[in-house]
Design a protein around this ligand. Structure first.
Ligand code: SAH
Length: 251
């Protein structure tokens, strides 16, 4: 059996209870060493085989899994944050399916949630934005034409950019070609939830400069939108005049 597990954003106590239990009982752990906190591996059982997939191809990962499966061993495939975002899990799952190897998937806290937590921010503020665009700037990995940043930026909604901290000037230019202005609030969150976490608040117009001044070019998220500003409406859900299934209106 192969267990895909979300390691969470970095702090070792931000893995789920289920994920931690699977790590403790695994015979083999293959972890995404570029971003997973190695402190999580301290709870692996004695004799557990541990592989860092940062040095491996998909084929090598699958080979380790195949061998483990033959020997009746339990494998944890540990991905950073939640595996469903930029985790390259689908190709692994499809290969396992073909090989007849069973798997399951335990979600984790994505870094975009940890980044909001670091800033005390809410992506979906009433009267400001009710949608979050999660995307990346095109780099060596292409992005479909219809999802080019300039096009997505036309929505002007809350946006989180993964894998783009090394391209902030291009990001800034693309955002300004959309509906954001130079004054739109932005933030760079480096290593959210790690002990060396760093948050930098700036604007779309100063994004590239802020990244350069703080020497941040990787392991960071770029957060964009008026949800990082001061103005918003209070929620209807908790308004005295708003009635819900659970609460009568009081005024
Ligand atoms: N599945 C992961 C994302 C993997 S892609 C998740 O759900 O978070 C790798 C990118 O995620 C990095 O380049 C960076 O942009 C972002 N990232 C991962 N962990 C981070 C963290 N703790 N703080 C800030 N950004 C992080």
């Amino acid at each position: 059996m192969v267990h895909f597990v979300g390691a969470g954003p970095g702090a070792p106590d931000l893995i789920t209870l289920r994920g931690a239990r699977l790590l403790q009982t695994a015979d083999v752990i293959i972890y995404a060493g570029s971003l997973v906190n190695e402190a999580l591996l301290e709870n692996a059982k004695q004799g557990c085989e541990i592989y860092n997939s940062a040095h491996m191809t998909l084929e090598e990962v699958l080979h380790v899994i195949r061998m483990a499966h033959k020997a009746g061993k339990d494998v944890v495939r540990l991905h950073t944050g939640d595996p469903c975002l930029f985790g390259a899990i689908r190709e692994q799952m499809d290969a396992l399916q073909k090989m007849g190897i069973a798997y399951d998937d335990t979600p984790g806290v994505s870094s975009f949630c940890a980044a909001a937590a670091a800033l005390g921010a809410e992506y979906t503020l009433p009267g400001v934005s009710q949608s979050v665009i999660i995307t990346r700037m095109e780099g060596r990995t292409p992005v479909p034409e219809r999802e080019k940043l300039e096009i997505l930026a036309q929505h002007g909604t809350s946006m989180v950019l993964f894998l783009s901290a090394g391209m902030t000037q291009r990001v800034q230019d693309a955002l300004l070609a959309g509906d954001y202005t130079a004054d739109t609030p932005a933030a760079i969150v480096y290593k959210a939830s790690w002990t060396d976490e760093k948050t930098v608040r700036c604007t779309v117009g100063t994004l590239a400069q802020a990244a350069e001044e703080n020497a941040i070019s990787k392991t960071a998220l770029l957060l964009i939108g008026d949800f990082l500003g001061q103005d918003y409406d209070r929620s209807l859900l908790y308004h005295p005049s708003f009635e819900t299934e659970f609460r009568k209106a009081s005024k």
